[in-house]
Ligand binder design. Structure first.
Ligand SMILES: *Cc1c(COP(=O)(O)O)cnc(C)c1O
Length: 367
């Protein structure tokens, strides 16, 4: 079998080895079925069980209450930027958005096509093509409209490496979260949310599937005039089987939930995630400025650790040497530059320890 290297990619991203090995086995023939998971009908009993277990696994991990519906959709988190306002903005046709990064801005762009967007806060800094975000706004900075249809925020800013550590407080207005890059990284109180959505390819599964967890009363907002496939009610009424779902991706999510449950659930996962991030941030903070963390300390992400070196040349040198040493995907997003280490649930602690050792060695040689 091919040797695996350390994968720090922001997404599609690393999956648990156990999950990949299990999928490899089932890819030729599911036990007792004699057909591949890629070949079976989405209307078969075998698939029904996979679909149900994926939902059940998520329900257990996040304690999702019965008055919430779990949907598996397509079109990425990016289609949710449109589906959220199309379904949930009317009849008020105004919503609050908290702008903390590139993905928030993309969500705002689509919402503006539907109604009035109040940017409740933005932490954007800089000018022209040098604009960036490095922090999460404080509660006191939020200018919320008590009459808004909902408040939208991005829990983890994949590109800039910042993260909300507690949900914004929004009173009785439904809170809607793009949790694409930190879903399942810790236990959250789902009851605080009207809806959570996440593209799976960062912390939950392969590309091509989007998880939506929506409070059932909000489904009543979707108007019949909406296109069938863009209407949450269609997917809720058909248990995400109105059309052919991404059966393979849902199967992988099912395996990932099994892996998480077997390994102690989300409280345990959070403990490990915190430890991994602490190791890297400590290395950055104790480097006497050789490594400079991009995010402000109280806004730091546990999932995407962003940092810079003194010059782009030195950054390139580190990335080249790291790649040769088996650390892949450390280049920062093209809009930010620098470096980014994405260390999602499946990323092993040993890999973070090895990266820290590599970074210390690089500093000794180049500092
Ligand atoms: C990656 C990402 C997206 C976009 O996801 P797609 O599935 O590519 O549409 C949206 N929001 C966040 C926070 C992301 O990290």
């Amino acid at each position: 079998m091919e040797k695996r290297i350390y994968n720090f990619s922001a997404g599609p991203a690393i999956l648990p080895e156990e999950v990949l090995l299990e999928a490899q086995k089932d890819l030729f023939a599911l036990p007792g079925v004699g057909m591949s998971i890629l070949e079976i009908s989405h209307r078969s009993k075998t698939y029904d069980a996979i679909h149900a277990e994926a939902k059940e696994g998520l329900k257990k991990l996040l304690d999702i209450p019965d008055d919430y519906q779990i949907l598996f959709l397509q079109g990425g988190a990016s289609l949710q930027f449109s589906m959220v306002p199309l379904n949930l903005m009317p009849p008020k046709n105004k919503a609050d958005y908290i702008s903390t990064g590139s993905w928030s801005k993309k969500a705002i762009k689509e919402a503006k096509r539907v109604g009035t967007v109040n940017v409740a806060a933005t932490t954007e800094e800089g000018e022209g093509d040098k604009k960036f975000f490095k922090r999460i706004p404080k509660q006191s900075e939020l200018k919320l409209d008590a009459d808004a249809a909902y408040v939208h925020f991005t829990s983890n800013n994949t590109i800039f490496g910042t993260q909300f550590h507690t949900e914004p407080e929004v009173g009785n207005v439904p809170l809607i979260c793009d949790a694409s890059s930190d879903i399942l990284h810790k236990k959250i109180d789902v009851r605080k949310y009207g809806m959570i959505y996440a593209g799976a390819q960062k912390n939950m599964g392969p590309a091509g599937i989007t998880l939506v967890i929506i409070r059932k009363d909000l489904l009543e907002r979707s108007q019949d005039s909406l296109h069938t496939m863009l209407n949450y009610k269609t997917h809720a009424e058909n248990d995400s089987l109105y059309n052919t779902p991404t059966t393979f991706a849902i199967y992988i999510i099912m395996l990932v939930t099994r892996w998480l449950l077997k390994n102690g659930g989300l409280n345990k996962m959070y403990e490990i995630n915190k430890h991994k991030a602490d190791l890297l941030y400590k290395c950055i903070d104790e480097s006497n400025g050789f490594y400079k963390g991009h995010a402000e300390k109280d806004s730091r992400s546990l999932m995407n650790i962003t940092f810079n070196l003194a010059t782009p040349e030195l950054e390139k040198k580190l990335i080249d040497e790291a790649t040769k040493a088996g650390f892949n995907g450390l280049k920062g997003h093209r809009s930010v530059g620098g470096l980014r280490a994405s260390i999602y649930n499946a990323f092993p602690t040993k890999g973070v320890e090895d990266l820290v050792a590599f970074m210390k060695d690089f500093q000794r040689k180049n500092g």
